[in-house]
Write a new protein. Structure first.
Length: 344
């Protein structure tokens, strides 16, 4: 019989694939920006190099496949295919929450398959802040890291989801204290990500002071995990459905901390095309990430379509760099952007 965690993960997959679980009114904020056209660009389009460093590994694109799923039979096939995409494109891949792997070994293959199919790229283990806060156990963390031969650990923040989830544990009192213990103990970089409600500058500073090496803002504007839990509860609306900070806002604010802290800034939250990736990079992201569109494309069209989708996004990024006069990713900064309100 499937565990409660496995059943919940199946619910999540089914809702993401079959229901509209996007934010209803709030956007990711990228539509507020436009690019500054450079009519005298000196960029060599064919010489643009999008490769970058992701902690200690070189990746071919500033992009990662966001954590999605694991812990179910269906997840094994999905993760196998996503890992193949990551390996072919030489980009990092996050694993879905590994809470289920700590409950029993029934679906360990759904996690292990990622490293099997993506031997040469960064693979990131994943555990929730609730586990860090309530059931802190270094042995458990070592287990999930070893299970996938991880290059880093993601701790996902989901206080809103835990609050609305019928099985949720909205108790985070010991989070920062235990998070500091984690960063001081394990040798791998720790990345903290939200799941769609965003990370403020204040929250990011707290995390960085705990020793975190990467922050994925995962802002509002894409999938609403509040909405998913609302639907799981048999309702169709909630005043919390659109709760959160837009992705563009989070990038702009959290990016200011780079002058004091050395960390990798990851942009996710409703990123679904090359223009949004380009705007995220210009706003200070080191790496961008996406999940739902990749998942839907994978299930409906297959591996090659996902590869073509991501490749197409970054061909668009190169064209935007050419048109804004940026030869390198380092040159491609916020000076390439203008608020649309300032155009008229």
């Amino acid at each position: 019989m499937a565990s409660q965690t496995s059943e919940r993960k199946n619910d999540h997959l089914n809702l993401v694939m079959n229901q509209n679980v996007n934010f209803q009114e709030k956007t990711n904020g990228f539509e507020k920006y436009d690019f500054v056209h450079d009519a005298v660009t000196n960029v060599d389009l064919d010489a643009i190099d999008l490769s970058t460093n992701f902690f200690d590994k070189k990746i071919s694109l500033p992009f990662m496949i966001s954590s999605m799923t694991g812990g179910t039979e269906k997840a094994t096939e999905i993760n196998a295919k996503l890992a193949e995409v990551a390996n072919k494109l030489n980009i990092p891949i996050g694993i879905g929450s590994q809470r289920q792997a700590l409950e029993n070994n029934a679906h360990h293959e759904s996690y292990k398959i990622i490293r099997k199919n993506a031997a040469g790229v960064p693979v990131l283990a994943n555990i929730g802040a609730s586990e860090i806060s309530n059931n802190f156990n270094m042995t458990h963390l070592e287990k999930i890291i070893d299970l996938v031969e991880a290059d880093g650990l993601i701790v996902h923040l989901n206080p809103l989801q835990e609050l609305l989830q019928k099985e949720g544990k909205p108790f985070f009192k010991n989070l920062t204290e235990n998070l500091r213990k984690v960063t001081e103990t394990i040798t791998l970089p720790v990345i903290v990500k939200e799941v769609g409600a965003g990370i403020s500058k204040k929250a990011a500073k707290t995390l960085l002071d705990c020793g975190v090496k990467g922050i994925d803002v995962a802002g509002a504007g894409g999938t609403s995990w509040a909405g998913i839990e609302v639907l799981r509860n048999g309702k169709i609306k909630s005043e919390f459905w659109d709760w959160g900070l837009p992705t563009a806002y989070c990038l702009r604010k959290v990016g200011k901390l780079k002058s004091k802290y050395n960390f990798t800034l990851i942009a996710s939250g409703g990123i679904n095309n090359g223009f949004e990736i380009a705007k995220a990079l210009a706003l200070g992201a080191d790496v961008t990430a996406s999940a739902k569109m990749l998942l839907k494309t994978l299930i409906n069209e297959g591996i090659e379509s996902v590869i073509d989708l991501i490749t197409g996004w970054f061909e668009t990024v190169k064209k935007i760099m050419f048109l804004t006069g940026a030869q390198t990713l380092d040159e491609f900064d916020k000076s390439r952007l203008i608020l649309k309100k300032d155009l008229y």
